[in-house]
Every structure is written in structure tokens, then in C-alpha cells.
Design a protein around this ligand. Structure first.
Ligand code: PMP
Length: 362
């Protein structure tokens, strides 16, 4: 019997997210932080306490964790929804609102994979030649396809740049709706939710969209702890108006974030100074990597606001394979952007190993 015949057609043609474990000495492929954001002593005390109550389900509302984040961001905890990584929140958004789902390409692949898994139509709009949003095409697409959801990863993965804020704002305004009075038609002809995925926001030093939440009710911001040293915990957050949060909360699995993750995240977030130190080091290493890569003949790095750098190399697949032979794992992006590879910023030592290997190769 061919089991595949039982599988829904949209799943049959789907390709699983590429997340292979490839053995290596220097791991610079997954945009993780090279530093674990938790000190051993603090996490041990917190874990010990929580291990004794593992017979109980976790707090379904993650109240303590959300309160801490709300205080930090100066918002209400009712404006936050917690997810098992932001991947899960993308799933929940598309489950709740459905499609069409619009996003620029190339971008984070999960927007497309989850849309397809849920049988929703995908509208992909190519970025312009500076990897910025082609806002005219997007606005036309909005008019034509009336997407329910628009995902904008800014900084964008894998290109590394922030999209122009004024372009993002134009898209938010074009699809926003003002508070409706009874009997009144919505203000804008197309209502879409614009999800600004700020997974890499800590490396930009900017937080422009958070203050706009009160003004634009169709704005949703997504953040994660994965890029700041806690990828193993699997914790992401949606930040939006309460009415959006309440709708998405209906599809959230009741105990989606386990108790150990909740407890350890609280410990890590309390120690803000430590988090800041790691982020500062990654930003300064990003600058060094960029400068050094620029000097290598045949390598063109693209400016980045994130914790990784996209670069072009003649014979990119060979460069990728040769680096791996030397124990340095980066990400092959040639299937997405011609001749491009992506390297995550590591510790100063790891970055030096990468640079040395790259120079030797070229
Ligand atoms: N958004 C973007 C733009 C990403 O690059 C990633 C991780 N690669 C995610 C979301 C998912 O992050 P999380 O680990 O929180 O699921």
C-alpha cells in the first residue's frame, strides 16, 4: 500500500524544512548565538526548583514570563502571545486568519512552508535589486489578491538587511483599518495583518514598530529568544492588539511552552547586562567579519543588520564544500540566491577560523 496516497495533496508536494545535523568543528549555519545566554549557577537553581514539579503541567498562560517581557517593552501582557519558537506563532497566525499569505522573496522559508501545509495560497513578491521591498508591486499585489496576512522579516533572512521603514509603513497604512463605529464601513478597502518579524531586531539597535502598535491595529510584531542565546528553549512572542492576540490564542495548544523553558527564560531575561554584552560582541564581530570579507578577492559580502552575513562567491557550492572539509559549516543559499552563501557571526575565535579558511580557499 502506498501511504503517500493517503496524504493530502498539498502536503505530498511539500518539502520539509532543511534542518540537518552536519558534523563540524565550527558551526556557523543556523543564525544561532555562539553564547548560551544563561549562567550555569542561576539556571541550575531555577531548574532544580522546577524539576521537583515536573509532574504538573506548565503555566498555560506563561504569566510570569509574559509579565517580565511586558514590563521590559512597556506594553501590557495582554498584548503578548507566547509560542514554542516563533515558528509555532507563524503556524498559529496562518491557522487563525488563513490566506492568501503574502511575503517578499527571498525570505524566511517557513512562511511558505506553513502556508502550503495549511493549504493556503502563497503570494510571493520578489525583492528589488537592493534586497529592499518592491513596494509598488506589493501594493498592486495587495489590491489584486487581498492577502489576509503579509509577513515582512526585517532584518530579512537570508539577505540580512532591514527593509526601508517608510516602505513597511506604507504597506501597514495601505492595509490598516481604523476603529469601526457601528454601521460604518471599514476605512481601508483591503484589510490585511502585517506581521513584522523582528527575529533579528536585537542586532539592529532599532525598535521602530513597537511604538506604532497603538496606532495601527493591523500591525503584529514577532520576536524570538532564539537569536540571543536561547534557541534550545524554543520561545517566541507575538506582540499585537489584544483583539488579535485573543483570536490567535484560540488555536494555541494549551501547554505549548514547557515549564523548564519558561523558568530558564525568566532567569536569562532578568540578567539583561549579560544579554547586552553578548549582543554587543556579535555586532562588533559582524563589522569585523564584513570588513575582512570585503578584502578577499572574489567575495562580495552584503551589509547586514542581523547576526549573519550573506555573501556572493564565484563557485559558491565549491566554497561551501571546501569550508566544510576544513570543519567550518555555513549555509548554502545557492538554491535561493545565485552563488550566495550565508555565514552566522560566531565568537571572535570561530570567525577567525572561518576567515582564515576562506582566505586559504580563494
Ligand atoms: N523568523 C525568522 C526571520 C527566522 O530567521 C527564524 C529562524 N531561523 C524564525 C523566525 C524562527 O525562529 P524560532 O527559533 O523562534 O522559531
Amino acid at each position: 500500500m502506498d501511504i503517500r496516497k493517503l496524504v493530502k495533496p498539498n502536503i505530498r508536494s511539500l518539502r520539509a524544512y532543511h534542518a540537518e545535523e552536519i558534523p563540524c568543528k565550527v558551526k556557523l549555519d543556523a543564525n544561532e548565538s555562539p553564547y548560551s545566554a544563561i549562567s550555569n549557577q542561576r539556571s541550575a537553581i531555577s531548574l532544580e526548583k522546577n524539576l521537583q514539579t515536573l509532574n504538573r503541567y506548565p503555566d498555560p498562560q506563561a504569566k510570569a514570563l509574559k509579565n517580565l517581557i511586558a514590563k521590559d517593552l512597556r506594553i501590557k501582557s495582554g498584548n503578548i502571545l507566547h509560542g514554542n519558537g516563533s515558528d509555532e506563532l507563524i503556524y498559529y497566525m496562518i491557522t487563525t486568519f488563513g490566506g492568501p499569505v503574502m511575503y517578499p522573496v527571498p525570505t524566511f522559508s517557513m512562511y511558505g512552508i506553513i502556508s502550503q501545509a495549511l493549504g493556503e495560497k502563497k503570494i510571493e513578491i520578489p525583492l528589488d535589486n537592493k534586497f529592499d521591498l518592491d513596494v509598488e508591486k506589493i501594493l498592486k499585489g495587495i489590491e489584486k489578491y487581498k492577502p489576509k496576512l503579509i509577513f515582512l522579516s526585517s532584518p530579512n533572512n537570508p539577505t540580512g538587511n532591514c527593509f526601508s521603514s517608510d516602505k513597511i509603513l506604507r504597506i501597514i497604512k495601505a492595509t490598516s483599518f481604523s476603529k469601526q463605529r457601528r454601521g460604518e464601513r471599514p476605512f481601508a478597502p483591503t484589510l490585511s495583518l502585517v506581521v513584522v518579524d523582528e527575529a533579528y531586531q536585537p542586532f539592529t539597535g532599532k525598535s521602530e514598530f513597537l511604538p506604532l502598535l497603538g496606532k495601527y491595529r493591523n500591525l503584529v510584531i514577532m520576536r524570538t529568544l532564539s537569536k540571543i542565546g536561547l534557541a534550545g528553549l524554543r520561545l517566541g512572542f507575538l506582540i499585537a492588539n489584544e483583539e488579535i492576540i485573543n483570536e490567535v490564542n484560540k488555536v494555541r495548544l494549551p501547554f505549548n511552552v514547557n515549564s523548564l523553558s519558561q523558568a530558564v527564560a525568566i532567569e536569562a531575561l532578568i540578567n539583561k547586562k549579560q544579554l547586552r554584552t553578548y549582543i554587543t560582541s556579535i555586532i562588533s564581530e559582524r563589522k569585523r567579519l564584513f570588513r575582512e570579507m570585503e578584502k578577499i578577492d572574489g567575495i562580495t559580502p552584503y551589509p547586514s543588520d542581523a547576526n549573519f552575513i550573506l555573501f556572493r562567491a564565484a563557485n559558491a557550492v565549491r566554497v561551501y564544500k571546501c569550508l566544510l572539509e576544513k570543519g567550518v559549516l555555513i549555509r548554502d543559499m545557492t538554491g535561493v540566491i545565485e552563488n550566495c552563501l550565508r555565514v552566522t557571526v560566531g565568537t571572535p575565535g570561530e570567525n577567525t577560523v572561518f576567515l582564515k579558511a576562506l582566505k586559504q580557499l580563494i
